[in-house]
Write a protein that binds this ligand. Sequence first.
Ligand code: IMP
Ligand code: MG
Length: 185
Amino acid sequence: MKELVMSREEIEEACIRIGTSLNERLKNEERLPVFICVMKGAMNFMSDLIKHIESDILVDYIKISSYEGDKTSGHITLKQDISINLDSRSVVIVEDIIDTGLSMKYLIDHIKEKYSPKQIIVATLLDKACERKIRVQIDYVGKTLNENKFVVGYGLDYKELHRNNPYIYVPTKEEVEKMDIEVAK
Ligand code: IMP
Ligand code: MG
């Protein structure tokens, strides 16, 4: 039996809840707000979340990497930068999961260094609050995990696998071994 972390229904409920709050918060914007998807993990969350946004928005993405297999390396590399000018705009960073917090801190610092946004809002589907190494801004959370479990599905991967699962779960040891064989092929 798979250990389910978030079902399709729970994910949809989180998208509706966060989307509704964001609609309220982004009511009176002078410049179009920008939703930034943190690739690749947040791709599914971003896609489902923005379906609930009622005002006009711009979308962009940024690609960073910190994880090696199932461990965070602590060293963040920028692979693909944002292309929209974020000056005076509300910026919503859409992330799959916040673990140590190092990636989110990197993203916020990076945006603040390059632009002068009106505000930065952070929305994450999952929050591994127990694993935090540094204090980081989070405005919206889909679900908080109180145990350090490595999870996959709905954008989250193990060695690039399982991003296409419609729900989020903890892979078994056997599944991880199978994935290791698969990627080595
Ligand atoms: P942090 O920098 O330690 O907060 O790590 C955040 C990034 O690591 C997330 O954006 C994910 O891409 C990845 N990550 C953290 N925990 C998991 C997990 O359980 N499964 C898959 N990816 C994870
Ligand atoms: Mg991510």
